[in-house]
Design a protein around this ligand. Sequence first.
Ligand code: HCR
Length: 385
Amino acid sequence: QVGEAVPAAQRSSWTSFLRTIASFSGDLSSMTAPPFILSPVSLTEFPAYWCERPELFAAISDAATDEERALAVLEWFISTLKGQYTSRNESMGSEKKPLNPVLGELFYGQWPDRNGRGRTDLLVEQVSHHPPITAYVIQNKSKGVKLVGHNAQKTSFSGGSIIVKQIGHAILTVTPPSGKPIEYLITLPRLRIDGLWYGSPYIELAENTYIIGGNYVATIDYKGRGYFTGKSHSFKAILTPVPGCGGGGKDHVIEGLWHTISKFIGGPRSGREFHDVTGPKEEVTVIGGEEGGEMGEFESRKLWNLVAKGIREGDFELASREKTKIENDQRQRRKDEIAAKTTWKLKHFEHIDNDPTYERLGRIAKISPPTEDAYVFQDTWPTSG
Ligand code: HCR
């Protein structure tokens, strides 16, 4: 018997969905799921979670030393996790299946300047459909802080949970007013989606994240219930100066819950609070990327407008009809490209097979794999912002 959260009329389709994913590995995003689990939001909107506390992103540039900067980067990063991995549970009652973006889908947004923190801009492009890969840039130009990254997922099933291996990484670049840019490599955690049988999926983080750069290495280990603190969403982070690189200080050890509060439990600040995300966050303001601030056909909110309306209002016929139109249009475009011997041209990014920044910084902590591909931002911001 599946859980109460699954509407009675959808119980058998939920059971067969779970059976299919139990024997499946790869790209879950294109699988058809029962209506109750569908989200009206496209995956291209997810990079906004990196900056829902724009003041912490901006504050990275205020740090005066390598140690202060590494702590500011770590605090901003940990503070993004609540939004990235628990916000659908808060807004929609459980984790849901996001809309699967089409190739070339775009999403633009910004967080306005407030209290002198400067404006932060967001640009997202779907750079691959099969497998889905999303590339993004978040930049606070006045503060000299910029994040460029890409993200894909490989899913498998184990012990009743979906395991999501995140593929991709992000590079954070901090350019102090009178100095050289300092780069940080950020790797991505593994996810476990639990609560499937009950029809109430939620995410737990697993394994680790590295943040490497600016003469420091942060290793963040994630544990679910029963480990460091005995509670869900636990983590322990160790920030270590790189030997021989001038970061001569002591290790900082931090422990807590990434969706609420953590504190220093070792090192010079032991006992003090580290991060606190119990206060409000700031959602991105969506902008149109066309001249005059209009939204183009490929901009997420316009492209999915009727599908999202159908899902929100429970009109699944509308949602399915409009989704089919989008998918047919995509199929036709790919056919036309083959006939014309052309390929889709990305608007804002260029693909490279090996990222030299990933390789250089990854070597410091001997991370695996030793190299990864990347999408290089072409500095093509929309003019409307
Ligand atoms: C795995 C996931 C799609 C990818 C989502 C990612 C990894 C995307 C990048 C963001 O920075 C962080 C992020 C958060 C989401 O938790 C994660 C999604 C959770 C579910 C979704 C699956 C493709 C859909 C699973 C369907 C289930 C809920 C039945």
